[in-house]
Write a protein that binds this ligand. Structure first.
Ligand code: ADP
Ligand code: MG
Length: 673
């Protein structure tokens, strides 16, 4: 009974100069046949075999399998039919080098939904058949050429596919190994498997029972007395079987029909494996799918780590930016709260002050201060009266310097408003002969905490220096000025302007600023200028907006860079693995299976990269904050965010690779090894 039937099948390769590689070939290959296709190099042998085994499409004539025309089958149906009908042996073996012998044999059944235990048992049985059971746990890379080809044979027969096609199976082997391979093929055919083998070597072809000769794309039968095929014998296709039915969801194997009753003598024969393909064509079990994806990653660690490190860098940069900016933002607002936000200043507007009379204003100092201290949120009040500049000298005969002069009320400086470095003893009210010197001025006058109080002459009057004043951030002139009690100051210099410094509780400055002026001086409230910090909420919002837009930019740039780098690396990876994907297509994978494999691999890479990147980012933020003595502020949500980003980068970064892998055609891919 005829099974594979070519009727004037042609194949022309498109191109600038189209090549007619197969010209109107007509022949029948029956179940149980052992066919050699021989001919010189470039004659069209591989083209013939590729069309026959559904690795490639023909461009003319009719090709039927069991009477079903294959012409109009879609890609998925072709994959289905291919994997249930054919198993493959190639000149360059097409094993996955980094995986074990057993895994390579099992891979042959991946797209056939065979349960793990059965898959393993069949793989071991097939390895027994080729005599390599003892090398099951070696990686394919560790084997010799002859052994690799035997593994490829084991992979082919483990599927139980009824037809084994072999393109120059001995082409890369020495004569001893060639003989071994041919013996295996003979044994396989003796067991009932149909064998179709391409070779340019007539001594190899002599093993077959039938010989087809291809010359210049023309196929002809070689009769040497032993063959029995007669082209006139081609049966007509039965009416009810003109269209091939493919059903991948049921274990209904169309090629079961390949064996006619009279050729089933060797069923289950030499290999011990069933003579029809196991499982469900072109279907993958979920567990095996993930195990395969994981094995793809773990069997090529170098490549996997390179891909993961791309994601790690992207995620670490992104999260590091977020983490550091959160910490830095906290520092900004904290510093802002601590200093600026707790100070309110009051000054009389100059002209009005002069008009109202200095004496009157000064008289308000005790009462005004008392009133202000009643206001909720006020912690300290210090009257600060600015006097006309005074001449100062460290010795009576030295040349004078001009310096700002301030009088304070009360005479005891408030530690919350004036930071004083006392030379001797505890903080105390300034007596009428004591002076505090701004720290910059002190340096200029070369005054320091020496034994015996240093003296200063201010407008000719001697004073004892009892300390220096640090920059407290309330008046820019203070570090360059002199501070006396207000009573003493008035005796050496005229009053310029009267002011008040208020220290408030944290966050109270805004509120205090609103009520401070009338509390100080209800009659002249509208003549008082209030120096208050800007609205802290507004300021914080402004800082946040700035930080956030920078943050967003950096984050987007980091993620984009990672996606681009991964896209490039993944696409290159597909290119490097073309022959592997070609093999997968040959053994039954549909394009969508390959797309799923790439997505699974890249999601796992993204997941690993996301987790590692998060760890790196947290660590980096900790190192920076500890080095800067900041308090690390990190939102716990950045952990799931990092992992999610990682997976997203993985998925988006694999889109180009997926696009490419879906375009891998088995025939192109298998040629490229
Ligand atoms: P063989 O296997 O007998 O050496 P092939 O079947 O590989 O020969 O090739 C037959 C002819 O078709 C050759 O001339 C080859 O150059 C040409 N050919 C094969 N594949 C392609 C292709 N993909 N595109 C264009 N020409 C091709
Ligand atoms: Mg060839």
């Amino acid at each position: 009974m005829a099974v594979l039937e070519f009727r004037e099948v042609s194949k022309t390769y498109d191109g600038t100069t189209p090549v007619a590689a197969l010209k109107q070939a007509t022949c029948i290959i029956r179940a149980g046949d052992y066919v050699a296709i021989e001919g010189p190099s470039g004659a069209g042998k591989s083209t013939f075999l590729n069309v026959l085994a559904l690795l490639d499409t023909h461009t003319g004539g009719t090709y039927t399998i069991n009477g079903g025309d294959v012409r109009n089958l879609g890609e998925g149906d072709r994959a289905c039919l291919r994997s249930s009908t054919f198993a493959f042996i190639f000149q360059s073996f097409h094993l996955i080098g980094a995986r074990t012998v057993l895994e390579n044999v099992e891979l042959g059944m991946l797209y056939r939904a065979v349960e793990n235990s059965e898959r393993r048992a069949r793989a071991r049985q097939a390895l027994e058949f080729v005599g390599l059971a003892h090398k099951a746990s070696f990686t394919a890379d560790q084997l010799s050429g002859g052994e690799r080809q035997r593994v490829a044979i084991a992979r082919a027969i483990a599927t139980g596919a009824p037809i084994v096609v072999a393109d120059e199976p001995t082409g890369n082997l020495d004569s001893q190994n060639s003989a071994l391979i041919l013996k295996l093929l003979d044994k396989l055919n003796a067991g009932g498997t149909t064998v179709v083998m391409v070779t340019h070597d007539s001594s190899v072809a002599a093993h077959a029972h039938r010989r087809l000769r291809v010359v210049d794309g023309v196929v002809s039968e070689v009769f040497d007395g032993a063959t029995h095929v007669d082209f006139e014998d081609v049966p007509t296709v039965p009416e009810n079987r003109t269209q091939f039915q493919v059903n991948s969801d049921e274990n209904e194997n169309p090629t079961d029909l390949l064996k006619s009753a009279d050729t089933q003598a060797g069923v289950g024969g030499e290999t011990g494996l069933a003579d029809s393909a196991v499982g469900i064509a072109s279907k993958v079990l979920r567990g095996q799918f993930f195990a395969d994806a994981l094995a793809s990653l773990t069997s090529n660690r170098g490549r996997t780590w390179r891909l993961i490190s791309i994601v790690v860098i992207g995620i670490a940069l992104t999260l590091g930016t977020i983490g550091l900016s959160q910490t830095a933002r906290f520092q900004v607002t904290d510093a802002f709260d601590a200093n600026l936000n707790r100070r309110v200043g009051l000054v009389y507007k100059d002209d009005e002050g002069a008009q109202a009379g200095t004496a009157a204003l000064l008289r308000r100092l005790p009462a005004g201060r008392k009133n202000l201290l009643q206001v909720a949120g006020v912690e300290a009040v210090q009257g600060l009266v600015k006097h006309s500049a005074a001449d100062v000298a460290a010795r009576p005969e030295a040349t004078d310097k001009s310096a700002y002069l301030f009088g304070i009320y009360p005479a005891k400086p408030s530690p919350q408003l004036l930071e004083v470095n006392w030379f001797r003893g505890l903080p105390h009210p300034l007596s009428e002969s004591e002076v505090l010197v701004g720290q910059n001025l002190a340096k200029e006058l070369e005054i320091g905490p020496i034994e015996g109080a240093p003296s200063l002459w201010i407008n000719g009057k001697p004073f004892e220096v009892v300390g220096t004043i640090k920059d407290a951030g309330i008046r820019a002139e203070l570090p360059n000025g002199l501070v006396l009690s207000e009573d003493a100051a008035r005796q050496v210099s005229a009053v310029d302007s009267v002011g008040v410094e208020i220290r408030t509780a944290p966050g109270a400055a805004e509120q205090v600023a609103k009520v401070a002026a009338p509390h100080w001086d209800p009659y002249w409230a509208d003549q008082i200028k209030v120096l208050a910090p800007p609205d802290p909420r507004e300021m914080r919002a402004r800082i946040d907006a700035t930080v956030q837009s920078i943050l967003l930019t950096l984050t987007v740039v980091s993620v984009l860079a990672a996606v681009l780098a991964l896209t490039n690396a993944m696409a290159t990876g597909v290119h490097q693995r073309t022959s592997e994907f070609g093999l997968r297509r040959a053994i039954g994978a549909r394009p969508v299976h390959l797309a799923a494999l790439i997505s699974a691999e890249s999601s796992l890479i993204g997941l690993a990269g996301g987790m590692l990147g998060t760890v790196v980012a947290v660590f980096a933020v900790l190192v920076v904050t500890i080095a800067k003595r900041w308090q690390p502020v990190m939102d716990a949500r950045i952990v799931p965010l990092g992992i999610l980003f990682g997976v997203l980068v993985g998925i988006v970064g694999s889109l180009l690779a997926i696009r490419r892998v879906m375009r891998v055609t088995p025939v192109e891919a298998l040629r490229s090894a």
